[in-house]
Design a protein around this ligand. Sequence first.
Ligand SMILES: C[S@@+](CC[C@H](N)C(=O)[O-])C[C@H]1O[C@@H](n2cnc3c(N)ncnc32)[C@H](O)[C@@H]1O
Length: 215
Amino acid sequence: MIKLSKRLDLIYDLIPHNAIVADVGTDHGWLIIKAVMTGKVSLAFGLDIAEGPLSHAKANVENYGLEDRITLLKMDGLSQFSEPCDTFVIAGMGAETIWSILEQASFKTTDRILIQSNTDLPWLRKTLFMNGFRIIDERFIIDHNKPVFILVCEYRQTSFTLIDQYIGPVLKNAKDNLAYSKYLVSRCNHLSEISKYNQSIVEEFNVLRTFIETE
Ligand SMILES: C[S@@+](CC[C@H](N)C(=O)[O-])C[C@H]1O[C@@H](n2cnc3c(N)ncnc32)[C@H](O)[C@@H]1O
């Protein structure tokens, strides 16, 4: 069986059974190959803007004989995509690229959108909220010594606070997640040092400090 990284495995776990998946920025295609091979999903689309990753994915899909269930498409984001998917994965990219893909797409309220950003998560959470997306679940793990956050979103309006932006609307209630509590304390200590020189992170520092003190 295909062995995914801890990060991709968690995204795999969050794909609903029997979903039709579009993996935007599929690169190697391993996530959807595993999802189809295990029977978790019956149909998947792998989208990528670049020829190199797509030909890599094509070779992998052909190697496993999955051409009838996985379609690979060269395209920029989702703006030209019209297949009947209900689950979208956008992972392993920076927050601005992820947002540029999301803002050009149109989603149904029943769609599930799995997002894993390599950068600026508070900004992305805020932008999602301000544009009608709701974070219904969020997972935190450490993979290869790096913090990894995976957002599970739907497209529907909701309210938004600074705690949601900096801590996460779901993770703020995950009191038993010791790895995340430890991460928040170490991030707060780090911000405490650099906030002396960088005004722009004072807001995040204050939110984290208040959150930690009231826990
Ligand atoms: C670092 S890889 C991540 C691969 C995989 N999603 C993962 O999480 O392991 C990013 C991939 O996204 C693709 N990509 C970047 N911008 C894109 C866009 N606007 N539309 C589609 N694919 C894009 C890149 O070509 C690359 O293959």
